[in-house]
Design a protein around this ligand. Structure first.
Ligand code: SAM
Length: 281
């Protein structure tokens, strides 16, 4: 019996599972973290494809079945626990492949994209997730994630890959595209899952950038400005940015952005220019 509160909607069509693994562009030497292996159908294909699989599952009964199945397997480690709490910072280079439980889609994405500097911590606060320890990690992120191949609600996938100009483009698009390079691979109709969920899903592949897509002097400020602009997405920037405390007209002039524009027309580069010309600290 599937547990609704754990977002259990299982896939079993071998051709769909194979397409997910192909979308992940895995190499034999890879370490893959699978979030929510469930009954383990995707896990089995991953275990036959890469050097090592760490599968993190919150349902103890499902873990027991997987522990039995992989008792002798040297390359599969089944971890009983919450994927939001897992110490990804301790892993060497890894890729994530997961059919993510719907109720934690964005927290999981932000947890994996965790950044050394502040902005994603701000989002963690909003989501009620405690910040992680960040000492001693050499590059700009706190973990060594290379890519994520995620099966998520189609509507969320469309928001993540959205370009400026459309209704799907917003804070989530900018957050993810700042640190990663997402592409929507294919749609999985809801009828492919058991039990059948309310909405269709899509598989997205996100390559993690070595450096953020744009240079910003202060990431916290950058994300604060993005969120403020989108908090009133129907308004012109000259209005929606008023409560930043800045002289908006002069600020927009410095950034060379017209005040009548609406936030969804601004590229990440435009937002970076806005953040880098903000003078009140
Ligand atoms: N991978 C399987 C598949 O594709 O058929 C199952 C996917 S199902 C959508 C999501 C799985 O994540 C379930 O097995 C659920 O128990 C597990 N899960 C839910 N919350 C979790 C959490 N916080 N951490 C780890 N696993 C979780």
């Amino acid at each position: 019996m599937a547990k609704k509160r754990l977002g259990q909607h299982f896939l079993s069509d071998p051709s769909i599972l194979q397409r997910i693994v192909e979308a992940a562009r895995l190499a034999p030497e890879d370490l893959v973290v699978e979030i929510g292996p469930g009954p383990g159908k995707l896990t089995r294909i991953l275990a036959g494809t890469v050097r090592r699989v760490i599968a993190i599952e919150l349902d103890e009964a499902l873990c027991r079945t997987l522990w039995d199945e992989y008792a002798q397997a040297e390359n599969v480690e089944v971890v009983y626990g919450d994927a939001l709490e897992y110490p990804y910072e301790d892993l060497p280079e890894f890729k994530v492949v997961a059919n993510i439980p719907y109720y934690i889609t964005t927290p999981i994405i932000f947890r994996l994209l965790e950044n050394k500097s502040a902005p994603l911590d701000m989002l963690r606060k909003v989501q009620g997730i405690p910040p992680v320890e960040k000492e001693g990690i050499p590059d700009f992120r706190t973990n060594r994630l290379k890519s994520m191949t995620l099966t998520i609600q189609k509507e969320v996938a469309e928001r993540i890959v959205a370009s400026p100009g459309g209704k799907d483009y917003g804070v989530l698009s900018i957050m993810v595209q700042y640190l990663g390079d997402p592409e929507l691979n294919f749609v999985i109709p809801k009828q492919a899952f058991r039990p059948v969920p309310k909405v269709d899903s899509a598989v997205i592949y996100i390559r993690i950038r070595k450096q953020p897509a744009v240079h910003v002097h202060n990431e916290e400020q950058f994300f604060r400005i993005v969120r403020t602009a989108f908090s009133q997405r129907r308004k012109m920037l000259s209005n929606s940015l008023k409560n930043t405390g800045e002289n908006v007209k002069k600020w927009l002039d410095r950034a060379e952005i017209e005040g009548f524009r609406r936030p969804e027309t601004l590229s990440i580069g435009d937002f970076a220019r806005l953040a880098n010309t903000f003078e009140i600290s």
